[in-house]
Ligand binder design. Structure first.
Ligand SMILES: [Zn+2]
Length: 165
């Protein structure tokens, strides 16, 4: 499951596009977000930490306003950039909607039945925690790329295929 989520979105953090390192709860666990794959996306440590118990929209709005607003002037009128906090808040709505679309796309990728089944059957190996997830990512990187290019082929063992036939 870990690899299935981390390797979605081409192995990139959905928030900043950097390398994914952790699984993030889209709707925070503390807000009643589900603790299953329907609510998990790949994220980097930094974004995951900054997101904390915020929703994606709250994270984005907070980042953007902090980043772009000089903090001078008043909320209605800035005396430096000409953009007020209010203008900026309105302009970032598009960005938030874009992020929510991206999250939907990644969620659909993770929910994809064929893809999930591939990861399920590709991992009958025992997981050794001391080796860490990056060990497995490296070890299976080529196999994952190949399966992705082939549209997540049916990799069930023959005995299982026979049983369900
Ligand atoms: Zn990130």
């Amino acid at each position: 499951m870990w690899l299935c989520v981390l390797e979605a979105n081409d192995g990139c953090c959905v928030y900043c596009g950097g390398a994914s390192e952790t699984m993030d709860h889209v709707i925070p666990f503390s807000d009643g977000g589900a603790d299953d794959m329907s609510n998990l996306v790949p994220a980097c440590h930094r974004c995951n930490r900054q997101k904390g118990d915020k929703t994606p929209a709250e994270l984005y709005i907070g980042w953007d306003l902090r980043h772009r607003w000089s903090g001078k002037g008043t909320a209605q009128k800035s005396d430096t950039s000409g953009l007020s906090l209010r203008d900026m808040y309105l302009s970032i709505h598009e960005g938030v909607l874009g992020l929510l679309d991206d999250l939907d796309k990644v969620a659909a990728e993770i929910a994809d039945r064929r893809r999930r089944d591939w990861f399920l059957w590709a991992s009958p190996w025992t997981y050794h925690y001391d080796l860490g997830i990056n060990y497995y990512r490296k070890r299976f990187a080529e196999e994952i790329q190949k399966a992705k290019a082939e549209g997540w082929p049916d990799n069930r063992p023959e005995s299982v295929k026979k049983r369900s036939a």
